[in-house]
Ligand binder design. Structure first.
Ligand SMILES: [Zn+2]
Length: 550
């Protein structure tokens, strides 16, 4: 934790170094008469904001002027929204996000394969409208070294590579031998060396294949860099015992390793307990946090392990007819159509109803959470940034509307605006900044010296328009979205501005990977144990040699 404290103190020093400019300055951009909200300092008052060279240069009651003006009378002026769970890392995905106030989007769950982290960032440089970042993928490393998917071109596309790799099953179901396990860990290390924001794990989709030792080792690779592991935790979706057991695995590993962790979309059965554990650990100084999103339904591919009849029907007591919706045809599945689709199109996206709708707004009141939308792709996934959004194909409404829904539900249930701005922006910046990510130490705040990622919206009208019937309809009521000082959305119109910057750590000269072995484990953790005892470290399975042939 010491490292984290030092790094955030450095961030504070930089803040105080910046001297506010005088009101007489000719600013690049001024935002006038808005209600300025800064969650870090609990500042909430009407002010003018002057922006110069991409930074907030003055916050004042004096009159100011600049080359460009946004009239924010009656509007909220808040830090641009930050999302650690945005899978739609493609031009039109950023477009939908920007209309919803999203200035910094990261995929911290599925992520991108380690060897492809550098080209993933290069592909977006100078042509991207929002800030973009990605975690290094646990799942794709497994697909590479268990299913033989390494070297494939599609891996550069990060999260959507899974639509291809998930056609095989080893990534999910097969325990790696020691050699494969070390290759998986080394691949994750490569991504962190290349500057990935953290480690993303979909362990909840890989329950049979991932031992608790493997999950611990994955988090250990992240811990060597002080970076967070974000996970769709084991047993999600589960019942109100198993769900928490999955969160407990991630959290306990993080505490043992002294590493940060992000418990992703824990708005599932047992959420009150997961939240209490996270808050109590935060109070003890741990950099562990949790994401929620304001929808009772989830979305995934139809072949997800937890949707198999023996779990979904037998254990969870659900029916496909009530819970599993096809977002393209708007029809519910039956056991027969489910089985047929799993066989014919195993990675077809579905929407899955799992929680009471009346819980949606309650999650928005939780202290210290972040709103991670889990935005999934609409079709065509790789459409250009200005593709007509009314022609986009079916997807979960969270893709286009999570932030609008948060503000709308907050309005309907009288949740304070300061809380909403914390969960939409500052909280993610705070936790990521505390992992040493400088990019996030100077965002998520409306303070002089901070980078000018800013939203200006009408608190009475800003809302989501996407629904389960029509999932990719953009939000409305946004006066302006400013990315790195550039007005990118004005009056609900997305402009041809490509000011997005990479959310990334500095690439490192050297890897930090250390292969695991039974011998080194025994030497470290015993006083002379014979080397034929594995201690949970994976060893080649001599009883089932065919599992080594992948
Ligand atoms: Zn997930």
């Amino acid at each position: 934790m010491l490292t984290n404290c030092n790094q955030s103190a450095e961030g504070d020093d930089k803040k105080s170094e910046y001297k506010a400019l005088p009101a007489s300055t000719e600013f690049d951009l001024v935002i006038l008469n808005g209600r300025v909200i800064d969650p870090e300092t609990a500042f909430d008052a009407v002010r003018n904001v002057g922006i110069l060279d991409g930074r907030i240069a003055l916050i004042t009651e004096e009159s100011i002027s600049g080359k460009e003006t946004v009239d924010a009378t009656g509007k909220i002026v808040a830090p641009g929204f930050i999302d650690t769970h945005f899978h739609f890392q493609a031009p039109v995905g950023y477009s939908l996000g920007l209309r919803d106030g999203l200035t910094s989007s990261m995929d911290f769950e599925m992520g991108c394969a380690g060897s492809y982290i550098a080209p993933w960032y290069e592909a977006r440089a100078g042509v991207t409208q929002a800030n973009y970042g990605v975690a290094v993928s646990h799942e794709l490393a497994r697909a590479m070294f268990i299913d033989g998917s390494d070297g494939a071109d599609y891996l550069i596309n990060g999260p959507i590579a899974a639509y291809t790799t998930r056609a095989k099953t080893g990534w999910s179901q097969t325990r790696p031998n020691l050699e494969q396990g070390n290759a998986i860990l080394q691949e994750i290390d490569k991504g962190l060396q290349s500057g990935a924001v953290g480690v993303g794990s979909t362990v909840g989709y890989m329950r049979a294949g991932v031992s608790s030792r493997e999950m611990f080792e994955v988090q250990k690779v992240g811990a060597r860099y002080g970076r967070a592991t974000g996970a769709h935790t084991r047993y999600t979706l589960g019942n109100d015992t198993e769900e928490n057991n999955g969160a407990q695995e991630l959290i306990a590993n993080a505490v043992a390793l002294g590493a940060p962790a992000n418990v992703e979309h824990f708005n599932n059965p047992g959420w009150r307990l997961a939240h209490e554990m996270i808050i109590r650990l935060q109070e003890q100084g741990h950099n562990i946090w949790g994401e929620i999103y304001p929808y009772a339904a989830g979305s995934t591919t139809i072949n997800a392990e937890f949707l198999r009849p023996e779990i979904w029907i037998d254990k969870m007591g659900k029916r496909y007819e009530d819970t599993m919706l096809d977002p393209v045809t708007n029809e519910y599945y039956t056991l027969e159509t489910y089985k047929a689709t799993v066989a014919s199109e195993p990675t077809r996206p579905i929407v899955i109803f799992k929680m009471p709708a009346d819980d949606e707004w309650k999650w928005l009141t939780l202290k210290g959470v972040t709103m991670g939308s889990d935005a999934v792709g609409a079709t065509p996934y790789l459409a250009p940034w200005d593709f007509p959004m009314d022609s986009l194909g079916g997807t979960h409404p969270r893709t286009a509307g999570s932030r609008g829904a948060t503000i709308r539900l907050g309005r309907e249930h009288k949740i304070p605006m300061m809380q909403l701005m914390s969960i939409l922006s500052y909280n993610a910046a705070k936790h990521l900044g505390d992992t040493g990510l400088k990019f996030m130490q100077e965002r998520g705040r409306i303070q002089t010296g901070m980078v000018a990622d800013i939203v200006v919206f009408d608190p009475e009208t800003f809302r989501d328009n996407s629904t389960y019937d029509k999932g990719a309809v953009p939000s409305t009521g946004m006066k302006a979205v400013i990315v790195n000082g550039q007005v990118t959305v004005r009056d609900d119109v997305l402009l041809p501005v490509f000011a997005g910057q990479p959310i990334r750590f500095e690439p490192q000269d050297k890897p930090r990977f250390e292969p695991i072995s039974v011998e080194s484990w025994n030497a470290t953790f015993s006083t002379g144990m014979p080397s034929d005892f594995s201690g949970g470290v994976p060893v080649p399975d001599l009883d089932h040699p065919e599992s080594d042939k992948h």
